[in-house]
Design a protein around this ligand. Sequence first.
Ligand SMILES: Cc1ncc(COP(=O)(O)O)c(C=O)c1O
Length: 386
Amino acid sequence: MDISDIAKQINPSPTRRLFDMAAAYTDTIDFTLGDPDVMPPLQIRNAACDAIMEGKTRYSANAGLIELRRVIAKSIKKRNGISYNPDGEIAVTIGAMEALYVSLLCLLNKDDEVIILEPYWINYRQMVSMCGGKAVIVNEFEDKERFLISADAIEAAVTPRTKAIIINTPNNPSGIVYSESFMARIADIAKKYDITVITDEVYRELTYDGLKYTSILDFEGMRERTVLVYSFSKEFAMTGWRIGYVAGPEKLISAVTRLQENIVACAPLASQYGVISALADDEFDSREIIEEFTKRRDIVIKEVSDIPKLKMLPPEGTFYAFINISGTGMDAETFAYKLLETKHVAVVPGGAYGECSKNYIRIAFTLDEEKIREGFSRIREFTASV
Ligand SMILES: Cc1ncc(COP(=O)(O)O)c(C=O)c1O
């Protein structure tokens, strides 16, 4: 049996490779996956269990339960200040991943180009290839230390084939939050060249120190050219529940719904009921999860500052620390594999996120405090020995 050319292009990500290798040891501290170890709020778990026990276990509409789309519309209005029609402009998806993939499938013709900014979440590149498109990577920086991409370089990357640009802020892996002025430039470029902006806002609720968040949707004239992707995986620690959504112009969402019918039918029903219970309840509060990550982020900042060969910008959002390891004299691949072999600590080498981060490793602080401290104690020993 021969497999397709597209399938041949797709490789497992280094994140998964390291994660699988880490499983070979019994005492591994695994910092690889952005998969929170905290429980989803009890209210969500109860609502999902009730749904199952009440036999709400069948298919829903392809775009998701209308009750869910209504509360999603309410939450987008609260968060982004924009109204979306639940009946036509929102589709519930299998997490942000399916939202992104199906949206790209609906937008791209063969060889259409999609601009992706470094450092990027690797799946964007692969998804664009899976849809027959071409990823155009921008990695010229105004300020490399702060991962501040040059907006001029983005504009210079636009060609007649440019269909979309993907923005992810707060950013995985760098942990930075794009500034308002940077977002304003993206909006101007999108309008000038008639480009769709896919805004992946899955870490939106995870920002620190009261930092102001700017969405591309905050700018005049962007609603009609924006695809808003969100997920409950991170905010409510529901990664395995596989639930998110895409909101956008009716033409796109109608196409997403038609494709979704042929791929997954709908998102899992119990997950849909779980999310309804959270979003429909004005008293519901997920601050506990955010407070937990704030505590862990502070520990990581302190641990990194105590290791002379490591440097890091404090994460402004997400639960990732992006650490510069050039002080060790090693490239990130060598660092990551040696660290795993000798100290049984798994981290992701930065090359996975583009050229710019070959001297970086990514650490997901999705582990409890004790494991984070133990992990850094082993990293300290490791860096002292090289
Ligand atoms: C930037 C980004 N977007 C999307 C996703 C996928 O999230 P989901 O679990 O909702 O599919 C992730 C997961 O790590 C992510 O980091």
